[in-house]
Design a protein around this ligand. Sequence first.
Ligand code: ACO
Length: 334
Amino acid sequence: MGNMCTPVKARIVSTGSYVPERVLTNQDLEKIVDTTDEWIWTRTGMKERRIAAEGEFTSDMGFEAAKRAMEKGNVAPHEIDLILFATLTPDYLFPSTACLLQARLGATNASALDIQAACTGYLYGISIAKAFIESGTYRTVLVVASEKLSSIVNYSDRSTCVLFGDGAGACIIRSEGKGFHIRDVTLGADGEQSSLIMLPAGGSRSPASQETVAEGMHYLKMDGKETYKHAVRRMEAASRETLLKAGIPEGDVDWIIPHQANIRIIEGLAKRFDMPMEKIYITLHKYGNTSASSLAIALDEFQAEKTLNPEKAILLVAFGAGVAWGASTLIYGD
Ligand code: ACO
């Protein structure tokens, strides 16, 4: 009877990440566009980012991250029931990058789909995985986030090219095993703000043509200032909501792992939660903004580096194109 009533808990049982070898520093960017190390550092907190090698694609980086998460979790390819692949830089518009990864892994029992929620894609993935695990539909879900943002960044536009980098992260979500209990995921979106960050051409509205290429419409466009305002407000609200739903008082948050878009956005968030910056996990100085991969890479490096406190909560929070946002409350060892 006791067992029958015990709710199934979805847990992140292992994580993995991969970043390409090539480093693009602020000094390198000084040679490409009219910028300075000082501007980039003080306005964003970024020092360097990674750039995929020629012939290295989103699916390749996702594969490396997935392999590492599977090895750590001792998960064989045939055990995976579902692959969720968060990316805004898929290898192709279709077939999905999730299907490419499924073949590469030999995960023949897995269904597979891509998630397009930009920087919040990893949290959307975790949320979908949690629902499938808790409903008993699946036992093992692989969530991957991988981005080759260097493929859509305009390296003659100083307002965007300094911000983004490439990389991938992954996790295995199961009901059995030890790890981070996903106590709650809170998601949101506001499509009224869809023009703030976008890739104007290449979709059905503006298929690629000589004209779209000539006008640079195949590059990422962002209204940084406006995005900034929405980011802080939405991330704060989502964070408070997930903690409330998880039944965790704000004082019980041990660490915040935020999306890595800008150190000033992160400082704004820390201030609103009265958290010292030492308790905010930062990777943006070395990787820049890797969109969906930012949280996935950060969670992997965080768990490898830090001593985890089973009594306290870890808050994940993200915001990006769509606009879409989300936050999640994790408890280690619960
Ligand atoms: N080097 C030197 N000067 C620059 C650079 C640069 N790389 N980029 C812009 N500038 C100049 C601008 O031209 C402007 O000059 P002006 O005053 O003469 O016109 C000045 O610096 C200030 O520019 P702003 O855009 O107002 O700078 P701001 O302080 O807002 O910082 C930034 C820009 C870093 C982009 C910031 O707005 C930001 O972080 N926004 C949020 C980004 C975000 O959260 N994105 C969400 C996720 S992305 C996704 O979903 C894919």
